[in-house]
Design a protein around this ligand. Structure first.
Ligand code: CP
Length: 324
């Protein structure tokens, strides 16, 4: 870690208030968190980055139920539990579980809550995590529900912005790609409403930000512009470029997917005139939307971003279990 990064971490540790409403420990979306809650969790993430290995979860069992594929989210949550001294049960392929025999989500949640203190769940149905939280005796962390929300991803995105920009307030954030199905960009709008951002939505016509999220921006005084072009001029004022994958699995018409999948590709030569503080984020996985030659550009931050997920998820787990 460079000196500047260390100074920013020190700044985060000393300048954020922490307060959380303890009434519900589940994390389904970021709607229930206010500015202090978010900054408090980011401050906790910074403390875990400074010291990731602690025995806070001694005796605790955490279940990871992944009804959809995942690399980063599941493995970083499981690493977080391991680094905190807890134990993990769960599955990464629902085909190997009794849901393939017709067991309902309700019954699965009721069973697993007999065994675990916390359930981290990814599901292909929007609203599945909220439903699970309503019936579960133990807290639920939503690790992504369909095209709806991905709150832990957003928390690590905010942590990455805070670390690289030294602030969350007043950023020019360019969201690029699949804004229709991209749950990470939907969650980000929710969280950033406290930080006076200007969003720039860049997508093909078919994948524009849904009307309900634009209405959310208007209601919350969030400035936004929409673009159907992606070039050097459009991104020249960006603090953050947040690239997203066009999600094949969400399309009912695969012809439409083929038509739009390579609409917007970030190439290294497009970054020459961008601001020095610009950082490129991507929740990953990447397909074609960021050229490989961007990886060695100092403005590329997506691999460090994924690493930040570990520290943020350590904080989220401890918060869900009321251990902080
Ligand atoms: N960003 C993200 O959710 O990645 P995975 O699908 O690999 O978990």
């Amino acid at each position: 870690m460079g000196t500047n990064q260390k100074q920013i971490l020190k700044h985060i540790l000393s300048n954020t208030d922490y307060s959380m409403d303890n009434s519900s420990r589940s994390l389904i979306s970021l709607e229930g968190l206010d500015r202090n809650d978010i900054l408090g969790l980011l401050r906790q993430a910074a403390t875990f980055e400074a010291k990731p290995d602690r025995k806070i979860l001694d005796g605790k069992v955490v279940a990871t139920l992944f009804f959809e594929p995942s690399t980063r989210t599941r493995l970083s949550f499981e690493t977080a539990v391991n680094r905190l001294g807890g134990r993990v049960i769960g599955f990464s392929d629902a085909a190997t579980t009794s849901s393939s025999k017709g067991e309902t989500l309700k019954d699965t949640i009721m069973m697993v809550s007999n065994y675990a203190d916390l359930i981290i769940m990814r599901h292909y149905l929007e609203g599945a995590a909220k439903y699970a939280s309503e019936i579960s005796p133990v807290p639920i962390i939503n690790a992504g529900d369909g095209a709806n929300q991905h709150p832990s991803q957003t928390m690590l995105d905010l942590y990455s912005m805070l670390k690289t920009q030294g602030r969350l307030d007043g950023l020019e954030i360019f969201l690029v790609g699949d804004l229709k199905y991209g749950r990470t960009v939907h969650s980000m709008l929710t969280a950033m409403r406290f930080f006076n951002p200007t969003f720039h939505f860049i997508s093909p016509e078919e994948l524009r930000m849904p009307a309900e999220y634009k209405e959310f921006c208007r209601e919350n005084g969030i400035r936004f512009t929409e673009h159907s072009e992606f070039n050097e001029n459009v991104i020249s004022e960006a603090d953050i470029i947040y690239m997203t994958r066009v999600q094949r699995e969400r399309f009912t018409d695969l012809m439409e997917y083929e038509r739009v999948k390579d609409s917007f590709i970030l190439r290294n030569d497009m970054l020459a005139g961008t601001k020095p503080n610009l950082r490129i984020l991507h929740p990953l996985p990447r397909v074609n939307e960021i050229s490989q030659d961007v990886d060695s550009n100092p403005k590329a931050y997506y691999f460090q971003q994924a690493k930040n997920g570990l520290f943020v998820r350590e904080a989220l787990i401890c918060n869900a279990l009321n251990l902080l």
